[in-house]
Design a protein around this ligand. Sequence first.
Ligand code: FAD
Length: 422
Amino acid sequence: MSTGSMLAKTACDVLVIGGGAAGMMAALQAAWAGAQVILLEKNEKLGKKIYITGKGRCNVTNACDLEDFFLQVPRNPKFLNAAVRQFTYEDVTSLLEMLGTPTKVERGNRVFPESDKASDVTRAFARGMKDAGVDVELNTGVSRVVREDDVFCVRLVQGGEFRAKSVIIATGGVSYPSTGSTGDGHRFAAENGHSVTPLKGSLVGLTIGEKWPQLLQGLSLKNVRIQAKVGKKTIYSELGEMLFTHFGVSGPLIIELSSHMPEDYASASVTLDMKPALTPEQVDARLQREFAENSRKQLSSVLVGLMPSRMAPVFAEICGLSPETPINQITREQRLTIGAMLKGLPLRVNGTRPIEEAIVTRGGIEVREINSGTMMSKLAPGLFFAGEVIDVDAHTGGFNLQIAFSTGALAGRSAAAYAQEA
Ligand SMILES: Cc1cc2nc3c(=O)[nH]c(=O)nc-3n(C[C@H](O)[C@H](O)[C@H](O)COP(=O)(O)OP(=O)(O)OC[C@H]3O[C@@H](n4cnc5c(N)ncnc54)[C@H](O)[C@@H]3O)c2cc1C
């Protein structure tokens, strides 16, 4: 592996831009298909984003069947049909095993390296690429991709250029830019005639119109249900854990919700059910019993039996009552309001945290301009795309890395075939 200071070769069959999950897979597959491959990575090391995936454990893929897989892809699932069928989760796990990183399956079919170390995934690819003869150039940022006759001229930030018959853009999205994904690939694609759909964050914390979540900053609620509806249609309903923050809400349930939200956040009505195991009637019966047994107490001291103590006074105010209200002064109407709020506390979502904080980018290179059977551009023959730079994203559970691996494998094989034919 070169550090980029002494570039040996400047021409090859397949040039891969980006050494993340998609780029490393593409380079490996292209080399295995017999192509001379160079991979350019602007960072000082490969797979910087992989190191932080799955909280450092890297949820590499998901061992679900293909039908379930497509249900986890809210945008453009059909575009992934060929890629995911020709390189499945089993192909990912066998390849990792072959490269010395066996995997294990956990809850929800999530697959992790047996070692629980994300770094082992990157190491496996680095080893595989070395053995396959891929020339990896680190500290080598690309500034432009220009087509000249039947080859691409790839110019470098530090000066100099590479030439290749096939170029694979695998530069990632725009989330977590400190890992290297700063949107360069969208620019390269646009300069070659491609459209880029609006870039937004997905799998990200949500901002809330109400001020009260800020008062509960740091408080996490377990075993609650978050539900979102657009009109009468339920677009999300899951049980789990959420967190109040200085900007609104986050935690596993909310991160997942963000990827289901419509473009117009305000059109979705999102509610928090703090008593998902009870029906509204059972909640009211419980309130009646608690109120009868504690008629001389104040509202907030009774609410403490139903929710974390920090939340009780805030919840009373949300219900339009003072936390000090004596229980024996609470009307039937007010009790019904408390019950309704316990079962469906509205969270007026008005946006997301910045895209930089998102786990994945929603939006990217327009899929209609890419041949889904090869990952080659329909506008600039010889130019291929792989991974998060494309307008596809999925829910949590290992699906985003599977997309990177499947599109990377298809782009790598197709780019090798194209270069060998040309
Ligand atoms: C905190 C976090 C946790 C995550 N956890 C998971 C998980 O457990 N499971 C899962 O499936 N997904 C997870 N994801 C999402 C997943 O990591 C990404 O979708 C996936 O890594 C995208 O791979 P990629 O190769 O397309 O892009 P990237 O991994 O972003 O790689 C792009 C590479 O291109 C390089 N590059 C960019 N521009 C240039 C240039 N001009 N010249 C040269 N090189 C360039 C970058 O430096 C980078 O190394 C997580 C994401 C985050 C942020």
